[in-house]
Design a protein around this ligand. Structure first.
Ligand code: AMP
Length: 283
């Protein structure tokens, strides 16, 4: 079983002693729990590159907006511990909200620019919550490397920016999106989907394949591809609305003419579930 810590001091002391006594390198995988194949891939990458792997489970209230799914977000620490054991995670850190945000807490990390576009536009305050909690977690764990999924591509870019701007002594390692056999990106939120909704959710991945075919045929105008993606996704019965379909370069700058290495990013409501996904253009 991995060692479970709920206290910040205890975790810090443990990691400090591993470093001192064993000279261990530390890999860190921050999560909100309810672990799935995507998280497993992050763990595997960390295990390959580090002596010790630390995984955090913390559903961070400050990155959820009013009316979002903070309360109903799936939680099951025993299940997560079992996954961690299977994957050989050494240490699990699962702090309480009170420990992370004691009375009087008043600091916020703002990564300007990135937080105003795409997800940031639809989830005001979300990225301040993310940047603040990730900086806290990095300061608590003090890892050599930290692993982030490209599934949350904008989040990855935000963290890279923060780490570079603030000279944090950690290497950020990106991990490509992990998908189910039929293309749906693994997400803890997939548990909200009914079978019919899940079928409609497949339109997201299939729209990327459609875009790929169109681009291969020479359609490189971003506006045309965006319209095709929107129409395709919206033609599925359980899709309620699309928050955005955007095509950007790898640094999230919008593109007019699509080139290899660009990103197609989408946020789609399937029933009452909001799903995000993205795809790297490689044709
Ligand atoms: P979450 O628990 O959803 O906050 O995710 C924790 C980490 O796992 C983040 O870095 C995510 O980007 C990453 N992640 C979640 N789903 C996937 C996936 N399907 N493929 C790759 N990484 C993922």
């Amino acid at each position: 079983m991995p060692l479970l810590f709920k206290g910040i001091k205890e975790l810090r002391n443990h990691i400090k002693s591993l470093r001192k006594e064993q000279g261990a390198s530390v890999g860190f995988v921050p999560t909100m729990g309810y672990l799935h194949e995507g998280h497993r891939e992050l763990i595997k990458s960390s295990k390959m590159q580090n002596d010790i792997t630390v995984l955090s489970v913390f559903v961070n209230p400050t990155q959820f907006g009013e009316g979002e799914d903070y309360e109903r977000y799936p939680r099951d620490l025993d299940r997560d511990l079992a996954v961690c054991e299977e994957e050989g995670v050494d240490v699990v850190f699962a702090p309480t909200v009170e420990k992370m945000y004691p009375e009087g807490f008043s600091t916020e990390v703002v990564v300007k620019g990135i937080e105003d576009v795409l997800e940031g536009k639809f989830r005001p305050g979300h990225f301040r919550g993310v940047a603040t909690v990730v900086l806290k977690l990095l300061n608590i764990v003090n890892p050599d490397r930290a692993y982030f999924g490209e599934k949350d591509y904008q989040q990855l870019k935000l963290i890279e920016r923060m780490v570079s701007d603030l000279n944090l002594p950690v290497e950020i390692v990106p991990v490509p999106v992990v998908r189910e056999k039929d293309g749906l990106a693994y997400s803890s939120r997939n548990t909200y989907l009914s079978p019919e909704e899940r079928e409609s959710a497949l339109s997201i991945y299939r729209s990327f394949l459609l875009a790929k075919r169109l681009i291969e045929k020479g359609n490189r105008e971003a506006d045309n591809i965006k319209v095709a993606i929107r129409e395709f996704i919206m033609s599925h019965p359980k899709v309620k609305k699309i928050d955005y379909v955007e095509i950007t370069d790898e640094n999230l700058n919008p593109k007019d003419i699509i080139e290899n290495g660009d990103r197609i990013l989408v946020a789609v409501w399937v029933g009452n579930t909001r799903l995000i996904d993205n795809w790297k253009v490689e044709v």
